[in-house]
Design a protein around this ligand. Structure first.
Ligand code: GDP
Ligand code: ZN
Length: 341
C-alpha cells in the first residue's frame, strides 16, 4: 500500500471532534450531511473519476472509496456521495462515502479469462448495439446475445446500423423486425453529413446509454460525433500493437451536450449469459407472456411441453404470434451458446 493511500485511510477513521459535545458517540458513521453527489464516469485502479453538478459549473472530482465501502464495488454510472475535498482541484482526492441505490445493473459473466460475474455499468437505461451493415459483416448471434443481456438487465435495446453508404439495411432488418427492436440506420460518410445522427441523438436524450459493438463497426466514429469532446480513437485496430487506440478497456461515461450519457465500453465484445434470468426475457414479450400460464412448472419455453405453441396456434398472440415465438426462442437459445462468435 502506498504511503499516500495509507494517509487517507487513517484520516478516514480519525475521530472527529463533536462540536456540541452533547450527542452520544455512536458507532454509526457520520451521516455525511455535507456530502455532494456525483456520477462515476471512469474507474482506474482504485481511483474514481466523478462528475459533480452541484453549483454553477459541473466539475470533475477524483475520489477513492472510504474505508467503510472497501468491499463494495463502485462502477461507472454509479451515483455516489462524496466528502472531503470535493473542489476538483489538481492533486485533491475526495472520498466516496455512499453509493446510491442502483436503478439497473448491466453484468457480464464468465469468460475464459475472468470467471467472476461483474457489474460493468450501473444505472443505465438503454443498451445501444452498434453493428455495421458490412465491413465487418453483422454477427446475428452476437447481436442476439446483446439483446438478451439488455432484456435481462431491464434496459431498452437500440440497434444502430452503421455504414449504410456501403450496404442496404433491408436484408439485415428482415431478421430483426419480428423482434420489434428499435433501430436507426446511419452513415458517417454521406456527403451531406452524418445520416441518422439526429435520430440517434433523439433516442439518447436524457438517458444513460451503454454502447457496445465489435471493433471496426464505427462505434468510436459515432461516439465522437455525439460527444465532440470525447476524442475516442478511430481507425482499424492493429491487433499486434493495439496502437492508435485507447489502452483502457474499462467503461467510461461521457456527458452528452444536451443531457444524458453515453457509456462507451471498449473492453466489451460480448456478454456471457450464464446468469441470465429466463423469466425476465419473456417479460419483454408481453404478447406471449400470458400464454405461459399453462406451462409446466420450470418450463424453459423452449421445450415440447411449453404451452406457448398452443397459445400461438390458437391465434391468441395475434397474427405475428408464430414469428414472435420464434424470436423469443432465438433469444432463449442465445443464452445456451456460450461461445463468442
Ligand atoms: P470502432 O472500432 O467500432 O470504434 O470503429 P471506428 O469508429 O474506428 O471505425 C472503423 C472504420 O470504419 C474507420 O475507418 C471509419 O472511418 C469507418 N467508418 C465508420 N463509420 C462509417 C460509415 O458510416 N461508413 C463507412 N463507409 N465507414 C465508416
Ligand atoms: Zn413454456
Amino acid at each position: 500500500m502506498s504511503p499516500g493511500r495509507r494517509r487517507y485511510d487513517e484520516e478516514d477513521v480519525r475521530v472527529r471532534p463533536n462540536p456540541r459535545g452533547s450527542r452520544p458517540r455512536s458507532k454509526e458513521r457520520p451521516r455525511h450531511e455535507d456530502a455532494v453527489l456525483g456520477r462515476v464516469t471512469a474507474v482506474d485502479r482504485g481511483r474514481y473519476t466523478t462528475l459533480v453538478r452541484a453549483g454553477d459549473q459541473p466539475r470533475t472530482v477524483l475520489a477513492m472509496k472510504a474505508r467503510e465501502l472497501a468491499r463494495k464495488g463502485v462502477v461507472v454510472g454509479d451515483q455516489v456521495a462524496l466528502v472531503g475535498d470535493t473542489s476538483g482541484a489538481v492533486d485533491t482526492l475526495a472520498r466516496i462515502v455512499r453509493i446510491e441505490e442502483r436503478e439497473s445493473v448491466l453484468r457480464r459473466t464468465a469468460d475464459d479469462t475472468d470467471p467472476v460475474e461483474r457489474v460493468i455499468v450501473a444505472n443505465a437505461d438503454q443498451l445501444v448495439v452498434v453493428t455495421a451493415l458490412i465491413n465487418p459483416q453483422p454477427r446475428p448471434r452476437l447481436i442476439d446475445r446483446c439483446l438478451v443481456a439488455a432484456y435481462d438487465a431491464g434496459l431498452d435495446p437500440l440497434l444502430v446500423l452503421t455504414k449504410s453508404d456501403l450496404a442496404d439495411p433491408e436484408d439485415f432488418l428482415r431478421d430483426y423486425t419480428p423482434l420489434e427492436v428499435p433501430y436507426v440506420v446511419t452513415s458517417s460518410k454521406t456527403p451531406g453529413g452524418f445520416t441518422g445522427l439526429d435520430q440517434v441523438r433523439a433516442r439518447l436524450h436524457d438517458r444513460v446509454s451503454v454502447f457496445v459493438g465489435h471493433s471496426g463497426v464505427g462505434k468510436s466514429t459515432l461516439v465522437n460525433a455525439l460527444v465532440p469532446s470525447a476524442d475516442r480513437a478511430t481507425g482499424q485496430v492493429n491487433d499486434v500493437t493495439g496502437r492508435g487506440r485507447h489502452t483502457s478497456t474499462s467503461a467510461v461515461a461521457l456527458a452528452l451536450p444536451d443531457g444524458g450519457w453515453v457509456v462507451d465500453t471498449p473492453g466489451i465484445r460480448s456478454f456471457g449469459l450464464a446468469h441470465v434470468d429466463l423469466a425476465r426475457i419473456i417479460t419483454h414479450f408481453p404478447d406471449l407472456e400470458p400464454g405461459t400460464a399453462d406451462c409446466p412448472r420450470g418450463c424453459t419455453h423452449d421445450e415440447e411441453e411449453c404451452a406457448l405453441d398452443a397459445w400461438v396456434a390458437a391465434g391468441r398472440a395475434g397474427p405475428a404470434g408464430a414469428s414472435r415465438l420464434d424470436s423469443l426462442r432465438r433469444l432463449l437459445r442465445a443464452r445456451g451458446q456460450q461461445s463468442e462468435d
